[in-house]
Design a protein around this ligand. Structure first.
Ligand code: DUC
Ligand code: ZN
Ligand code: ZN
Ligand code: ZN
Length: 471
């Protein structure tokens, strides 16, 4: 037949438009958009539904080595299954270089974990923790040429942090190769000072995690990352921005013409530092970095979403089980916040939260939702236009949403391998009910019908934001 699949009668939304159309799919690709498409082997009736590009979550942590007897809750199977049910068709997790490790070794190990296990397409960012001459001179340029076109660097965490000289050298390799740098902005020395001070006064409970990582340490590091990028003349992504002051650093840099991409996450809209003060060490469930702030900062982050300071809305899914010796309540972590692993699950709830709180409450329109959850991720990380839009020639990665479905987020109904959701009990409107990956129905009316292993690895082109200098 002319089409393998037609999605009929739905309301299609892209980052630009919202319109009624049927979507015709052949060999995994969108081949027609129009009215009354016929000649399909299968037709899905999407009347009353939104037909959206599959979500792209460009900031997730899956099967990441975590040290100290800690194990991340999700492997690629559970992590991508959860992502799929949450409305996503592509995720970008981090492949971490340990100190002294060759990038090729890190990549080989990480690919082995993903191979054959994915329900969504995946592509890896690198994390550069050891910017040696060999890494910056040969290994990283080779990795960029092989399609690993973005990497993250850290200004905090003893095992990962780079000093300013290392940041400059690493950014310079990005400039030469066209890779895009993502920066985790928190001042490690300032955090260390505060941690020593507060633990010295006997404060060991989860809330102290937030107290010792205040807005100012994020704001200073954000300003410094943007300044170092200006010295090198390279674009950067400021990831997981939690507050208005860091956001203003981005806005000011942009006003000077700097190419800065801003990312924020659901935790900075829905959680506060008070969540870290729960009874019985329950605050550990909300320990992540940067920490959630307060109501005023939530309002600031909404303003950044509404006014376009943020391009990317990602989950920062970084799942650890709560009631588990290898998770949040590990033997040391149940007495001392310094040993609570940093990170919270959220790959399955990201889209529903922004759809419900953003689109249904009138803060953003549907094209902006699509841009912030799919299109901008594809453009930023070298996957556009194959991914991130509904257009003739693009992969048929589609989420069919019922905008009227009402439910309450319950971890029992999610598909990850953690044992809680930080968003438990939040009421949301709108639900991704049918998921299509490269033309194949993976979830139908809320039921898993696709096979593990259909998700593929995606080598990427250079970011639309970072093209190398022409010599
Ligand atoms: N940074 C992240 O990006 N995710 C979880 C923890 C962290 O520090
Ligand atoms: Zn980070
Ligand atoms: Zn205390
Ligand atoms: Zn993260």
């Amino acid at each position: 037949s002319m089409y393998d699949l037609v999605i009929a009668n739905g309301t299609v939304a892209t980052a630009a438009d919202v319109y009624r159309a049927d979507v015709g799919i052949k060999d995994g690709v969108i081949v027609a958009l129009g009215r009354g498409l016929t000649g399909a082997a299968e037709t899905i009736d999407a009347a009353g539904r939104y037909v959206l590009p599959g979500g792209i979550d460009s900031h997730v942590h899956i099967a990441q080595p975590s040290g100290e007897g800690i194990v991340m809750a999700d492997d690629f199977e559970s992590g991508t299954r959860s992502a799929l049910f949450g409305g996503n068709t592509t995720v970008l997790p981090f492949c971490i270089q340990e100190k002294g490790e060759a990038l090729r070794t890190a990549l080989t190990d990480y690919h082995a974990k993903a191979a054959g296990n994915c329900y969504t397409d995946v592509s890896f960012h690198l994390v550069i923790s050891d910017p040696s001459e060999a890494v910056l001179g040969q290994e990283l340029p080779a990795a960029v040429a092989d399609g690993y076109t973005s990497f993250k660097i850290f200004m905090t965490y003893e095992a990962l942090r780079l000093n300013d000289a290392e940041i400059l050298a690493t950014m310079d390799t990005a400039r030469r190769t066209g890779a895009l740098v993502m920066v985790h902005c928190e001042n490690e020395d300032a955090i260390r000072f505060l941690v020593d001070k507060f633990t010295g006064e006997g404060h060991l409970e989860p809330r102290t995690h937030a107290t010792t990582r205040p807005v100012v340490v994020e704001r200073e590091a954000t300003h410094r990352a943007i300044s170092l990028a200006e010295v090198v003349d390279v674009p950067v992504v400021i990831v997981h921005v939690s507050n208005g002051a860091a956001m203003e650093e981005i806005a000011r840099a942009r006003a000077r013409g700097r190419p800065i991409v801003g990312e924020t996450c659901p935790q900075y809209l829905m959680l506060t530092e008070d969540d870290l003060s729960g009874m019985d060490w329950e605050g550990a469930k909300f320990v992540c970095s940067p920490p959630p702030r307060d109501k005023a900062e939530q309002t600031n982050i909404w303003r950044g979403i509404e006014t376009g300071i943020f391009d990317l809305f990602s989950s920062d899914h970084c799942p650890f089980r709560y009631d588990d010796d290898r998770g949040k309540l590990n033997p040391k972590g149940r007495n001392d916040f310094r040993h609570i692993p940093n990170g919270i699950p959220g790959v399955e709830t990201r889209l529903s939260i922004l759809f419900s709180e953003g689109v249904m409450k009138g803060r953003i329109d549907l094209p902006r939702f699509v841009a912030m959850t799919a299109t901008n991720h594809a453009k930023t990380y070298g996957l556009y236009p194959r991914k991130g839009t509904i257009a003739v020639g693009s992969d048929a990665d589609i989420a069919i949403w019922d905008p009227d479905a009402e439910r309450v987020i319950r971890h029992a109904e999610l598909h990850d391998a953690a044992d809680y959701s930080p968003y438990e009990g939040i009421a949301v409107r709108g639900r991704p009910e049918t998921m299509i990956l490269r033309g194949k129905v993976m979830v139908r009316d809320g039921a898993l019908v696709g096979e593990k292993g259909y998700g593929a690895y995606l080598p990427r082109g250079l970011s639309d934001r970072a093209k190398p200098p022409t010599e």
